[in-house]
Design a protein around this ligand. Structure first.
Ligand SMILES: [Zn+2]
Length: 419
């Protein structure tokens, strides 16, 4: 039977959370209606429809302002997902200066309230940047090789073998040259999203040329699949501080989500203080303008609302830094345990992770064969780009057996939204 908390709101005893410094204000509960308030502000994902604020999005991780009430309706509300509830507990209880021993016990118990067997499974996004290696590397007028066809087939076969549905961020120029590719991918039940047209880096483009590049890719995808994409990924994660204008343009073009930001300090890409979990672009830009950012890089005072969602690349927090480990060359060069650790870190906060790959990572002999055919890439490039490709299939199989994956639109809960 649900009990009442100090505010008179119904709550489930086992699922009740309390904040060590103010037990009355951080209760999560209810079977049909519940109210979440958080005394320190933090991120929460809701499974039930949000009643107020009225523009809240169900299923989307949202920032709850300090002291803000989030009213939910539906069986279980946010309690239907214990993994997410642990995330809330952790956020709520991470306030500084917890000295009371009773409060410290409350922190320990609320950070892991559920036995492992009863934990909810968090579904992650598996994504594939559909492009040709040589063209992606050299860009411009470099010819797109037909190896991309065989490589996509290899990727599709692997996904089918492990029952994984993915999101393919397709490059317009590749699909234009090989119009048979997208129908083949779509027939496998995968989501088709946009990777732009020519693989030009966003921060090297003007807002006008970016808009044109994306529009062109949308046209090709729409023509070949009969549906416009709702997701976008920038080539080489090139939405950085210099190209933040790209987000509003994507929203204006009708996209529902982007997965283009690497929340790291990198030389070619990355925004070191970007949130590490899915967030709303409007909220984030407003917070940046106001200079509001938490210690972990999360905007402190956010409320959920419709608009472009960003699913940033998953990173591993270690030794005070964020490390890129969740796909591409990182998965090729590092053991899979780093990726697994990053995914589990996200799950401990009730958040999904995103893993990305390219079809060419499965093409073990590509670099050697292209060099034999007269292509020249430079010694270091050839080595770093081909090293350990032979391990990728085994590593992906291991990851597919360990975690659950779905297309990004499903993980973000935007499947039902149409452009
Ligand atoms: Zn790319």
């Amino acid at each position: 039977m649900p009990r009442s908390n100090a505010r008179g709101l119904p709550s489930l005893g086992r699922c009740r959370l309390s904040h060590p410094t103010d037990r009355r204000r951080c209760a999560v509960g209810a079977e049909r209606r519940c109210v979440l308030t958080c005394p320190v502000g933090g991120m929460a994902r809701t499974a039930g429809p949000i009643i107020s604020p009225p523009d809240g999005l169900s299923g989307l991780p949202a920032y709850i302002r300090k002291g803000q009430e989030l009213r939910l309706e539906g069986p279980g509300g946010i309690l239907s997902d214990l993994g997410n509830m642990r995330g809330i507990a952790k956020t709520c209880c991470s306030a500084p200066s917890v000295r009371d021993p009773r409060a410290q016990r409350a922190v320990r118990s609320s950070s892991d309230p559920t036995p492992p067997a009863r934990r909810a499974v968090v579904v992650n996004a598996f994504t594939v940047d559909l492009e040709d290696w040589a063209h992606g590397l050299l860009g411009g007028e470099t010819p797109i090789t037909s190896r991309v066809l065989g490589n996509v087939e290899r990727m599709l076969a692997l996904l089918e073998r492990y029952g994984v549905k993915a999101t393919f961020f397709a490059l317009g120029k590749v699909c234009e040259k090989f119009p048979e590719l997208l129908p083949r991918v779509a027939a496998g039940g995968h989501e088709i999203a946009s990777h732009g047209y020519g693989h030009d880096l966003v921060y090297n483009m003007t807002p006008e040329s970016f808009r044109e590049d994306v529009r062109r890719s949308v046209g090709i995808i729409g023509e070949q699949t009969g549906a416009a994409p709702i997701g976008y990924r920038a080539p080489a994660f090139s939405i950085t501080r210099q190209s933040l204008w790209a987000g509003p343009i994507l929203a204006e073009l009708g996209f529902k989500y982007s997965s283009s930001i690497f929340p790291i300090r990198g030389s070619r890409y990355g925004i070191a203080d970007a949130p590490v979990f899915p967030f709303n672009w409007d909220d984030w830009l407003t917070a940046r303008k106001a200079g509001v950012c938490g210690a972990a890089g999360q905007p402190e005072a956010r409320s959920p609302k419709p608009g472009l969602i960003e699913f940033p690349m998953t990173t591993l927090a270690f030794a005070g830094r964020r490390w890129p480990v969740c796909g591409g060359g990182y998965l090729r060069l590092l053991p899979a345990r780093f990726l697994k650790a990053a995914v589990r870190q996200a799950h401990r906060q009730g958040q999904p992770a995103v893993v990305y790959m390219h079809p060419y990572e499965l093409d073990v002999s590509e670099v050697c064969e292209l060099e034999r055919a007269g292509w020249r890439f430079g010694r270091q490039t050839a080595l770093t780009q081909s090293l350990f490709r032979c391990f990728i299939k085994r590593r992906l199989a291991d990851i597919f057996r360990t975690f659950k994956f779905a297309p990004m639109r499903e993980v973000l809960g935007v499947s039902e939204l149409r452009r």
